[in-house]
Design a protein around this ligand. Structure first.
Ligand SMILES: NC(=O)c1ccc[n+]([C@@H]2O[C@H](COP(=O)([O-])OP(=O)(O)OC[C@H]3O[C@@H](n4cnc5c(N)ncnc54)[C@H](O)[C@@H]3O)[C@@H](O)[C@H]2O)c1
Ligand SMILES: [Zn+2]
Length: 365
């Protein structure tokens, strides 16, 4: 599948167990026949060896760097250690960087590729559902800063992205399910018929026939690719990708990033915004299809229970501080229909009123 970005266009290849072809493609992309693989300590024991052997067998000079897994490692310290390792190894402009791992590895490795020696080529091999359908498409790379997530970074498109379902076989269920929350988001943004395909527990989807899983992944990527192609540098349509994320980010932060993972927060954020949308213009059938998919995947969609458990004012502060808050108003992405997003701009006071108006419905249940 082509990601159309003019001279920065690239392909996302979808395969089920295509390791041999992957080595060939990396060989072609590695102009100086030198490859540096960046991965993490969870992914390395599971998936690094076969890739290394394949590349070595083709006579490429390969090094690999492993970072500690997890979001907490996504900072400039990790980047700096990678610079040291790669320059010590003899990194050159023609060296190809390969990111083998989830979104954290992809964001860090892409950032290293974008900054080292003023930018070198890189290939993404995403190994989580989230990274396959979301973070590996669009070229946004970067790291967190103490004052916020993803504040340091750039756009640096890869040479190609390799989506292989074989990697998903080793993914813990909770991680896999988290990624499907983004698939649901993409379905609302541009592929409503995808929703009924998602009303199955995540482990069932992962063990479904490779063609079924590949079709789901492809269609989810297609939606993001189309949005990114219209808005590479996030000036307009790309904002729609924030669907469900305004409340999600606030819930994640307010629960200390421990009670729920990002996908679980997105499932709650989507449930909320879909209900709000249904009280405006979104057809009930579409809203029900979204909720059925989220429930079917095994997500908790009772956003009210979470909001009731937390301090509403603190949650509103988080919502108000969201980066999509422009000129004192929070910009909410609210679907009018699948593929048709409205931006509803609310002051903090209006957010309070809207949330408070939606809360009582089931209190006391
Ligand atoms: N650049 C973008 O446009 C963009 C978009 C969305 C999210 N992101 C970023 O993506 C990150 C989240 O990505 P993620 O959910 O993939 O998290 P992650 O990279 O932390 O991976 C989740 C966990 O699964 C492990 N893992 C990865 N692949 C595995 C496999 N095949 N088998 C077993 N374990 C495996 C990892 O080691 C990690 O512990 C966040 O930092 C987020 O900011 C970026
Ligand atoms: Zn997300």
């Amino acid at each position: 599948m082509a990601i159309n970005l003019g001279e920065r266009s690239y392909a996302v290849h979808f395969r089920a167990d295509g390791l041999k072809e992957l080595s060939e493609r990396i060989d072609v992309a590695a102009r100086a026949r030198r490859v540096a693989i960046i991965t993490d300590e969870n992914v390395a024991p599971l998936h690094l060896m076969p890739l290394l052997s394949g590349l070595n067998a083709r006579g490429l000079s390969v090094t690999s760097c492993q970072i500690r897994p997890g979001e907490a490692e996504k900072h400039l310290g990790t980047v700096s250690a990678l610079y040291d390792g790669l320059l010590g190894w003899g990194m050159q402009r023609g060296t190809l960087i390969v990111a083998l791992g989830g979104g954290v590895v992809g964001d860090i490795a892409g950032f290293v590729a974008g900054t080292l020696l003023r930018g070198i080529a890189w290939v993404g091999i995403p190994t989580t559902v989230l990274s396959q359908v979301d973070s590996s498409v669009g070229g946004k790379v970067g790291v967190n800063h103490a004052s916020g997530k993803n504040l340091i970074g750039l756009f640096h498109q890869p040479t190609f992205v390799w989506v292989d379902t074989a990697y998903l076989r080793t993914l813990p269920t909770r991680e896999a399910r988290a990624g499907f929350a983004e698939v649901v988001k993409h379905a609302i943004l541009g592929d409503e018929p995808l929703l009924p395909m998602l009303t199955r527990p995540a482990p069932d989807l992962l063990s479904a026939e490779p063609e079924v899983l590949l079709e789901i992944l492809k269609r989810a990527v297609r939606v993001k690719a189309d949005i990114v192609a219209r808005d590479e540098h996030e000036s307009g349509p790309r904002m729609a990708l924030n669907l469900g994320h305004t409340l999600a980010h606030a819930l994640e932060a307010e629960t200390g990033y421990s009670a729920m993972n990002h996908g679980e927060a997105v499932a709650l954020g989507l449930s909320f915004v879909i209900e709000w949308a249904a009280s405006r213009e979104l057809p009930r059938t579409t809203a029900d299809a979204v909720l059925a998919a989220l429930k079917g995947l095994g997500f908790d969609i009772d956003w009210r229970a979470w909001v009731n458990r937390l301090n509403l004012e603190h949650l509103l502060d988080r919502i108000d501080a969201d980066k999509k808050n422009v000129q004192g108003e929070v910009h909410w992405i609210v679907p009018r229909g699948a593929g048709d997003m409205e931006i509803v701009k609310l002051t903090k006071a209006a957010c309070r009123q809207m949330l408070a108006g939606m809360l009582p419905k089931r209190t006391g249940e």
